[in-house]
Structure formats: C-alpha cells, structure tokens
Design a protein around this ligand. Structure first.
Ligand SMILES: [Zn+2]
Length: 263
C-alpha cells in the first residue's frame, strides 16, 4: 500500500506546488496544460453552438486527449499497471459528489436514470439519451438552499483530476442544457467527469482538484433543470476514453454506491 501513500503525497504536492493551485509543469514537446484546457473549452463551446462538424470535432477532441495523456504519462505517479490501478480504485478512490448525501439521493431506484443509447458528444442535435446519474438534494421551494442544512449543497469532486473547462455564464432563457458545468480529466482513470446544473463554481481551468474537494454548489442552471418541473439536482456523467482518444459513456452507478460519503 506504500505507493498509495506516495501517490496521495504527490497529489497533495502537485496541488500545493503552484500558488494558484494551477498545474504548470511542462514536458518537452508537449503543449502546456493551460493551452490544452483552452483548446478543450473552445472546442466544447463550438460543439454546443454547432459551429464545428461532428467529424472535425471528434478529431480535435482526440488530439487534445492524446496531449493530456502524453502530459500526465510523463509524470511517474500516473504510470500505473492494471493491478495497481485496480487496487487504487478499491481504496477509497471515489468520493460521493454531494456532501451530506448518500446513494439514496440518486434518481430512480437502481440507477436506471442512466440511458447511454444514442449519445454523441459531438453532435449537439442528438437528443433523448441521458448517459448520466442525477443526484437530488432536498429543496422543496427550489431556492437551491438545502432544506436540511439551510445552506447551498456542496458538489465534491468524485476523483482527483485537472479541471479542463467550466461554464459560469448561463442565464435563464438560454437553451444550453448543461447550464453551468465543469469538465475534469482524471489521468488515472483516463476519463472525463462532467458536473452540470451548478450554481457557484469554485474552480478554474488548470486547477488540480482532489477527490472530495468542493468544486461547486448545486444549482438549477440549464434549459431543462431550471423549470419548476425539475427537482434540484446534480447531473453527473463519466466518459471513458478509448485507445483512439474518443469518449464512451460509462455508468458511474457502481462507483457511486462504493464512494466514501463526506459530511
Ligand atoms: Zn441529468
């Protein structure tokens, strides 16, 4: 288990090394993290605005992901064989993404709110799928103040990773479905987390976040999340990167069940 300790220490080291919590180390011949974040932010905005063709978006996305992999695989703690990786995933790797909540708050009785069929990250016109879990807070009057604590509900990072992009400017009336969202790349899982419908967002692109760290507060931002018919919730999606750098949705339900609950 020693390496887990080393890894944790390294993560803490990484997050403490730069004053702004921004990861700025550079490897030779590999683009800087901040430029990859910028590229991702621009690409995702263009996908949403449908100003890039899906095939071109796929190619650009895959290039950015190869860049990220190259970046992190040059850092020793992220180079894990499959046995070490599996062991890490069993050792309190995941944090439940809402403080003071448990899997009871997940929509549906057995996570059946997850429907990946037909999902295409690169074609904003494709609708009907929901490759995500919705996790609901107690908010009867829909003011985004938790009825139990009288405070906003904290969204916590499911795993450690680098914040790639955020949206903070959603306003009611906009048709964008995610509202204020956060994208995080986890170099151990080699996958992307997407947290949507947030109110306040507390992280910036380039920030390294620790598993369990507060990254935002639950909100009602987003075209479908804003109307009264929608109870206040976090929309959580995980995309597993494939060898070609393209994303495949994966149901995070089992991970949510085994995640540690933070109060
Ligand atoms: Zn959802």
């Amino acid at each position: 288990m020693r390496w887990v300790g080393i890894l944790s220490a390294l993560w803490i080291g990484l997050s403490n090394s730069a004053s702004s919590q921004t990861v700025t180390w550079t490897g030779t011949g590999i683009p800087r993290i901040d430029s990859m974040c910028q590229q991702f932010q621009q690409l995702y905005t263009r996908i949403r605005e449908e100003s890039v063709l899906p095939d071109s978006a796929r190619k650009q996305f895959s290039d950015i992901m190869f860049g990220l992999r190259g970046k992190f695989q040059t850092a020793e703690p992220f180079r894990l064989d499959s046995a070490r990786r599996d062991s890490l995933l069993r050792s309190a790797y995941f944090s439940f993404p809402l403080r003071n909540y448990t899997p009871d708050a997940i929509g549906g009785t057995h996570g059946e709110g997850y429907r990946a069929k037909g999902f295409d990250l690169f074609d904003y016109n494709v609708r009907g799928s929901h490759p995500a879990q919705d996790i609901f807070i107690t908010d009867r009057n829909q003011d985004c103040i938790d009825d139990h604590t009288d405070r906003p509900a904290d969204v916590l990072a499911m795993t450690s990773g680098i914040v790639l992009a955020i949206e903070t400017a959603w306003t009611p009336g906009q048709e964008y479905r995610g509202g204020n969202w956060i994208w995080v790349y986890d170099p151990i899982l080699d996958g992307l987390w997407y947290y949507a419908h947030n109110n306040a967002i507390l992280v910036r692109p380039g920030d390294w976040v620790q598993s369990g760290q507060k990254i935002s507060e639950v909100g009602r931002t987003g075209y479908n999340a804003y109307p009264a018919r929608s109870p206040t919730h976090l929309h959580l999606m995980y995309l597993q990167l494939q060898p070609d750098g393209l994303p495949l949705p994966q149901n995070p339900y089992e991970w949510l069940l085994t995640a540690r609950n933070l109060n």
